[in-house]
Write a protein that binds this ligand. Structure first.
Ligand SMILES: NC(=O)c1ccc[n+]([C@@H]2O[C@H](COP(=O)([O-])OP(=O)(O)OC[C@H]3O[C@@H](n4cnc5c(N)ncnc54)[C@H](OP(=O)(O)O)[C@@H]3O)[C@@H](O)[C@H]2O)c1
Length: 258
């Protein structure tokens, strides 16, 4: 389904890097800025770097109105004010992805320290400031702008995720260890079955939602040695079925021809 991703603050290194990666992946992106001209300049740089990039630039409110997937990439000091400004332009049912790390540098402190946010986190503050029915997710806090703006694939050791069929197959195709927290409301419990299966193969860890807490997850991740991660990743890769759609199509053609 065609969609547009609005990257608000996409003139800065983090938003620009994400926009660049999404443009490379063929996504349609609109870069937002407090200044439309700066946004257009950033879009032009991406167009120069990525052939056929579907990217444009606009003032934050207009960028927001053009998309229903919004990514906040501005510093914490501007967070609440920007959300109040864009609130009327946020489309019903939109998803907001918040990358904000509330650094103490925002209030003159050290960049190595974070601020306590009354609501619990910057993303929880965002959730209070967006219209009802808009979903907020926190992500990319550890995705460094330096890496995003480089050309190399961005490696990771472990992915914490749900356990839908596509997620599980992508984990295997990528050959990455996964901590799978199946969606509880899934009607047929298929996510639990997927997670149990992958864990049973030694390619991931099944963490039921009922056992999930920040402490439990932190302890679990801290206990994953490099050796364990490599074993799970290798196993996951061995379970992958690359080009599955093409193989199904070949099989169908064979049956039709028979
Ligand atoms: N840099 C990283 O490696 C990294 C990694 C993970 C997460 N993050 C998070 O990503 C966010 C952006 O990081 P960054 O390094 O790209 O930040 P940045 O360069 O300081 O700011 C990004 C953009 O935000 C806009 N902006 C600046 N101050 C603003 C304000 N008061 N109100 C509204 N907009 C403002 C500016 O765009 P315009 O002037 O064009 O409006 C700027 O180009 C931060 O919340 C950070 O915690 C960064």
């Amino acid at each position: 389904m065609p969609r547009t991703i609005a990257v608000l603050g996409g003139t800065g290194p983090e938003g620009y890097g994400l926009a660049l990666r999404w443009a490379r992946a063929g996504e349609s992106v609109v870069i937002g800025s407090r200044d439309a001209r700066r946004a257009q300049d950033a879009a032009a740089r991406i167009k120069a770097a990525v052939s056929n990039a579907k990217v444009s630039g606009d003032e934050n409110v207009n960028a927001c109105a053009a998309a229903d997937l919004l990514v906040l990439t501005i510093p914490f000091e501007g967070h609440a004010a920007l959300l109040k400004q864009i609130k009327p332009a946020i489309r019903p049912g939109s998803i907001v992805i918040d990358t904000t790390v509330p650094l103490a540098a925002s209030v003159g402190g050290r960049a190595t320290r974070t601020l306590g946010v009354w609501q619990g986190s910057a993303a929880q503050q965002t959730a209070e400031l967006v219209p009802k029915g808009v979903s907020v997710a926190a992500a990319f806090h550890n995705a460094s702008a330096e890496l995003l703006n480089a050309d190399a694939p961005i490696d990771c050791d472990v992915i914490v995720c749900r356990a839908g069929a596509v997620t599980v197959s992508e984990l295997c195709a990528a050959g990455v260890a996964g901590v799978l927290v199946p969606l509880v409301v899934s009607t047929t419990s298929h996510q639990r079955d997927n997670a149990q299966w992958l864990a049973g193969q030694g390619a991931g860890i099944h963490l039921p939602q009922s056992e999930l807490s920040p402490r439990r997850l932190a302890d679990l991740l801290a206990g994953l040695t490099r050796e364990v991660l490599l074993t799970m990743a290798t196993k996951a890769r061995s379970l992958a079925k690359p080009k599955a759609a093409a193989r199904v199509a070949d099989e169908l053609e064979r049956l039709v021809a028979a």
